[in-house]
Ligand binder design. Sequence first.
Ligand SMILES: Cc1ncc(C[n+]2csc(CCOP(=O)(O)OP(=O)(O)O)c2C)c(N)n1
Ligand SMILES: [Mg+2]
Length: 411
Amino acid sequence: MSSNAPLRLHVPEPTGRPGHETDFSYLHLSAAGTVRRPRVDATPADTSDLAYTLVRVLDEGGVPRGPWAPNIDADTLRRGLRAMIKTRVFDARMLIAQRQKKMSFYMQCLGEEAIATAHSLAIEDGDMCFPTYRQQGLLLARDDVSMVDMICQLLSNEHDPLKGRQLPVMYSVKRAGFFSISGNLATQFIQAVGWGMASAIKGDTKIASAWIGDGATAEADFHTALTFAHVYRAPVILNVVNNQWAISTFQAIAGGEATTFAARGVGCGIASLRVDGNDFLAVYAASRWAAERARSNLGPTLIEWVTYRAGPHSTSDDPSKYRPADDWKRFPLGDPIARLAQHLKGLGKWSDEEQEAVKKELEAEVSAAFKEAEQYGTLADGRGPSAAAMFDDVYKDMPPHLREQRQQAGV
Ligand SMILES: Cc1ncc(C[n+]2csc(CCOP(=O)(O)OP(=O)(O)O)c2C)c(N)n1
Ligand SMILES: [Mg+2]
């Protein structure tokens, strides 16, 4: 027998479980305004410390602090706040529709609204996002995306722009810079880096923005994407949304316990930031910094957005089985809508009354869009795209065996 102690493995555990409060000290927060802002042409190594701290702008009183405070006017911030409220209202209404069995499935982004909406304001038309299912805010922040079309996709009805070929939520809106969502997690990262490289090869000026969750960073595709992005200095923003959970699996299981997800970037020679994802101003500022680097041939930036998934993973999940029910209320980075509202109130550019009125107006807008979309069918009434449509758009010229199958199907 060896005299050495038996070997053992470490299995990370969350710091809270149902009936037992989460200890959020594991997040390692920095106070607003205390983290430095390097020049946009900083070397990746010069961002090392930023992968372990937390870029925050809004302090507890809603006052912007420090070098990351962006130069952004109150009207744009009001637009951002409205986009976040719209996203939350939309999610709430779609959740009801799923419970009414009008759609098969839905995924909210409750608590994470600042990330996609502020990012959307920080990039340019023509840039391409490769989102996951939790960035509906990228679409809802834009005025040129039809809410009716989005709902038709969710209802998989006769007007579904994707003809029932994608799971609800897996939108695709090319002209809005929203690449078709793939349910195969982490594929977004390699696709985005490839798209960014193609943009550079063509001598274009458009950049790519890749999206992934904390859990999906454990996939090999994530690491492959980082290598290509680093080697070729691809014009891409690499967004890791750390909402603390991957369905029922705590972020530590994907490797967030003894280090940060932002640190993955630094280890690969990529400029990296760890940012308060519930702070609209910080999200906007960091996204601008990364976009400017990408557009100036200074290479990729990896940003870990620290946030909290306030709702269930999807309509198929019950988080009360694996985490305390009041976790979100106790999450130290708060609610992104309340925080931006507090800031705007401080500027005299927002009020509780206005918030209530805007919420009501947006609820009416979403209800009207839903009514219109419902006319084209819902899952409940079975009016989906015609069966004949499944033969279209696959080949430029339909091959004989498909023509034969279509005839056999009698459609
Ligand atoms: C390659 C792959 N593995 C597993 C799944 C099943 N799955 C769907 S969502 C999910 C959790 C993802 O968590 P995270 O990456 O943290 O994103 P979040 O849902 O928190 O936004 C899993 C395991 C999948 N869709 N694709
Ligand atoms: Mg997650």
